[in-house]
Write a protein that binds this ligand. Sequence first.
Ligand code: HPA
Length: 233
Amino acid sequence: MSSLHLEANVGDIAETVLLPGDPLRAKHVADTFLDDVVCYNKVRNMFGFTGYYKGNRVSIQGTGMGMGSTSIYVNELINTYKVKNLIRVGTCGAIQKDINLGQVLLAMSASGDSDANRLYFDGMHYAATADFDLLLKAHEVAERLHIKTYKGSVFSTNTFYDNAPNRWEKWQKQGIFGVEMETQILFTLAKRFGVKALSVLTVSDNIITGASTTSKEREQSFNDMMKIALELA
Ligand code: HPA
């Protein structure tokens, strides 16, 4: 049996799945970090792979950008493939001046503008939060690997392009550290279905200062983020 958007057979996907937005990143991680890799999905080029990291079985599945696309894969991974731990690995744009580019962030919670979240809760607001066990474990792994992490809250938006002036000011004042497009729906769906979720992010740009990372800096912080996430398998 497979699902609507994934052609894997039940059992092909590990209990712990890492979720980058970009399917080619999923391929890169599988090629770089995993042993005995099998590609289980090519539908829509949204590649998914299962392999072993230090002997532990782990999968890595592209989600596409935004909460609409992410929610499709998260729903199917949980409900058809019985995945238990879902860990987003992605980038965000910082909205605090003092957050460095390349910094690795562990999202404790996610605010956002997703209509899905409003529809699920009759217009009321659910506080989408990370799973504490995964968060604690990620913190401990990062300390052991001497990778500095910043913990805080993100904002997940469905509109990358919006020219509204001072768009992020109220969220900056509320202490939100960065903006991305997937974490809120991941946290909401994981809790809805009784599984665990975490979001590990690196800062690719600073929306307030306009600074952005070079490809070399991106590679270093990307590898740090991946090492933390893979240790959670
Ligand atoms: N907006 C939304 N998502 C992002 C951004 C951004 O500026 N940077 C990285 N992911």
